[in-house]
Design a protein around this ligand. Structure first.
Ligand SMILES: C[S@@+](CC[C@H](N)C(=O)[O-])C[C@H]1O[C@@H](n2cnc3c(N)ncnc32)[C@H](O)[C@@H]1O
Length: 309
């Protein structure tokens, strides 16, 4: 995987402008305009994010009351690990591939592997399929995707799940109409490509607005770990929007000397309103993942409360 970052200065107290999430190498080294998650599906950052998604849903399911999952940047749902994109980067081999023979210890890793392996070794379920696989009959999934080709695949992938619905369009426009969900319990996954310079500012606006509509919702915001300072600023802004509790999960797999400086080696999740007990259960799962996904010195998985009431 290749990644470029550029942090631009902003007025004090405002989120800086950020450029870059991941994009795959192109012959001319040019920036991809249409992010395709197929290049990165099943990489270590996906594994970390998806195990967290499973752990949160496991906590939510401790109660019988229905819940809704809104996957606000859904992707295509199902990825071909033998396809051109995945083969070009090899990221899945270095992610989910390392877990193929792993004997899981924590409930979150165990259920994640059960779900992922149900699709076969050459296919990888993205966040909407993982969430859809875990729904009970009383629960719902709404998945938003704005790229027409990706949306078409997403709709097909979700067709087998009666409680799942795919919506085509821009998260900024679609999310507000979905909140609060009628169940009044739910999880919103925010997982943008960070391709445009104001993406984190947009996320701040989108999540701030969403929190005003659904203050008790659980929000999960994925980001490259290099965005730590902007994430702290984002956390402050979301505090003004009503976020009382925010837990930051950092996952750094360390580096080998030969690794490119531009390769993604660390990812973060900001969890607003984490379920009670999630810090401990996910902490165990993250340590377990680290034993398998560790690449070199500097490897670490840690949770930090950014806001706590
Ligand atoms: C990182 S990928 C999603 C991966 C997926 N959440 C998973 O974990 O399997 C981000 C997706 O968001 C979509 N996207 C980007 N901007 C969007 C927007 N404004 N509204 C809706 N979808 C968007 C992209 O097309 C891409 O498919």
């Amino acid at each position: 995987m290749h990644i470029l970052f550029s942090v631009q200065r902003s007025p004090a107290g405002r989120l800086p402008k950020l450029l870059g999430r991941a994009y795959s190498p192109s012959p001319a080294g040019q920036r991809r305009v249409n992010y395709r998650h197929a290049y990165h599906a099943g990489n270590f950052a996906d594994v970390h994010k998806h195990v967290a998604l499973v752990a949160i849903i496991q906590h939510i399911k401790k109660k019988d009351q229905p819940f809704a999952v809104v996957d606000a940047h859904a992707g295509r749902g199902l990825y071909d690990l033998a396809g051109t994109e995945a083969s070009k980067t090899g990221e899945a081999l270095d992610g989910i591939g390392l877990l193929r023979d792993h004997q899981p210890q924590s409930p979150a890793v165990a259920e994640y592997l059960t779900v992922a392996q149900a699709f076969g070794s050459n296919r990888y379920p993205g966040s909407p399929l993982i969430a859809a696989s875990l729904l009970r009959k009383q629960d719902r999934l709404i998945a938003i995707e704005n790229q027409p080709g990706e949306f078409s695949s997403l709709r097909q992938a979700l067709a087998f799940y009666p409680n799942a619905r795919a919506i085509e369009g821009d998260t900024a426009l679609k999310l507000r109409g979905l909140l609060p969900p009628k169940e009044r319990r739910g999880l919103i996954l925010i997982d943008p490509p960070y391709e445009i310079s104001q993406e984190l500012e947009q996320i701040s606006g989108i999540v701030g607005d969403a929190l005003r509509r659904f203050a008790t919702g659980i929000f999960v915001i994925w980001h490259p770990l290099k965005f730590t300072q902007p994430i702290a600023t984002l956390c402050g802004e979301l505090g003004h929007a009503g976020a009382a509790r925010a837990l930051h999960l950092a996952f750094d797999r360390g580096r080998q000397e030969s690794d490119s400086e531009r390769a993604l080696s660390a990812a973060g999740l900001l969890v607003i309103n984490p379920p009670f007990g999630f810090e401990r259960t996910f902490g165990e799962a993250a340590q377990e993942l680290l034993t398998v996904l560790r690449r070199g010195p500097g490897a670490d998985a840690r949770a930090t409360w950014m806001r706590k009431d």
